[in-house]
Design a protein around this ligand. Sequence first.
Ligand SMILES: Cc1cc2nc3c(=O)[nH]c(=O)nc-3n(C[C@H](O)[C@H](O)[C@H](O)COP(=O)(O)OP(=O)(O)OC[C@H]3O[C@@H](n4cnc5c(N)ncnc54)[C@H](O)[C@@H]3O)c2cc1C
Length: 493
Amino acid sequence: MSSKTLGRKGRKETEKLCSSNKLGQPTEEERRMEFSPVTERDLAFLEKLVGGERVSTGQSELTLHSMDETHHRGYLPEAVVWPKSSEEVSRILRMSNERMIPVTPWGAGSSLEGNPLPVHRGIVLDFQQMDRILAIRADSFQVDVQPGVKYQDMNKTLSRSGLFFAPDPGANATIGGMIANNASGVRTVKYGGTKDNVLKLEVVLPTGEVIRTGTHAPKTSSGYDLLHLFIGSEGTLGIITEATLRLIGIPEKFSAAVVGFESVEDATHAVYEIMGEGLGPAALELLDQATIAVVNEEGHLQLKEKPTLFIEFTGASEVSLKESLNRTLEICEANGSTGFESGVGREERNRLWEARHQTYEFIKRNNPSLSFIMMDTAVPISRYPQMVNFAGETLKKYGIKGYAFGHAGDGNLHVAVAGDLTRPDDMKRLDQANEEIVSQAISLGGTATGEHGVGIGKRKFMVQEHGESLQLMKKIKQLIDPNGILNPGKIFP
Ligand SMILES: Cc1cc2nc3c(=O)[nH]c(=O)nc-3n(C[C@H](O)[C@H](O)[C@H](O)COP(=O)(O)OP(=O)(O)OC[C@H]3O[C@@H](n4cnc5c(N)ncnc54)[C@H](O)[C@@H]3O)c2cc1C
């Protein structure tokens, strides 16, 4: 890592990159915001605080921290810093707040809405080096961690104690990034999302003040729920420097099935009835025909190319698991399933989940010349069939290539729509389809984003979704971060 300053040439290149960005341009209001650039003096302060090797202004690091897994590009920071303690984070924030320098936290950069991109440049705080598991309290089913720990690595360590952290976004995200985005995954239908599995946080506020919120008790009704104010706030209110997480015992037994249907409508009606009967699956995922084709090709599977449900039950008793699975398969048959494979073994099951986790990567790999806009709508389960149907019809209307998949048991639908985003015509059609599908979800009583967060990509839907309560959100932001230095350019339209 270099600690050289950007210099005039670097700044010019950065400005070129920023001004050439055609996607997700900052709004007029953002352009008016007055932030200060990072000066030589600021860099000297940072280097003195954390050491030169943990501060970089090198082009490669700046570029790496200017893109996540989306098409949003061109937001180069001026410096990247790797803190190791909440004390360091606190002193960096205090200085940045006084100097009006934007600060954007960074976990693993696996977001799908541009969430960690430094729209207004400034400093990126990368939590890669704050990645320790601080304490495992197996007897209380809890773990204390630093924000940079990756949840898959953490779960490997926890498995030795027979425990796991249930939210499972697929990508090897950090706990800080998961909490900030309120991520969820294939196990959410049984165990809830990240917000249901965090007990306590240490948070550094923009002024540098360090607060702790939440307790080690499994429940509390004490005071305002500040814990959940920070969860899902996408690094715009405070920086998480420590978290206590709720753990679950690894279930001993499971039963799983893969069920094909003639149409997506049939599959989604089955989902509605499975959930309606309270069968309590541990996972209930939908993949449409186009997605199954890609998963077969890239994941070397031989699934029938039909709209398909991946279903799993977990628990302690084989008898009850079998009963739940049998009843589920009856429901599927009544909804016109074309065939199923049940009694899936452990190895096969792991391969299926691996393929499901990699679905988005597979889709991108299968379409190397195209870019994607990812939708993440969630609706009440009763509206899920209608939502999926509407999405399919909209793609047809605009002649767009798209892949539909998602955590069906949570009413969560991802549609990855493909196009050449450098072509204005493609961009326009994709944008229109995105707009119509997301608006439909909101009008069905749902949300623009079930789990990926607002970031840059979903800001335009916030007024429609939140109405007057968006004003209260703005006031909260104003109260906690009056200078607006924390991850500016996100959430608010
Ligand atoms: C292939 C693939 C599959 C995915 N599947 C899912 C899925 O099933 N479910 C799902 O929910 N998501 C999914 N995602 C999206 C992504 O993995 C999640 O949003 C994840 O929570 C991002 O974590 P991260 O560590 O990469 O954070 P980043 O992307 O680096 O940052 C996310 C947000 O958190 C903020 N942040 C980071 N660290 C801190 C901190 N210490 N304090 C405060 N704010 C912080 C950032 O500023 C940013 O706003 C997927 C992504 C990919 C690439």
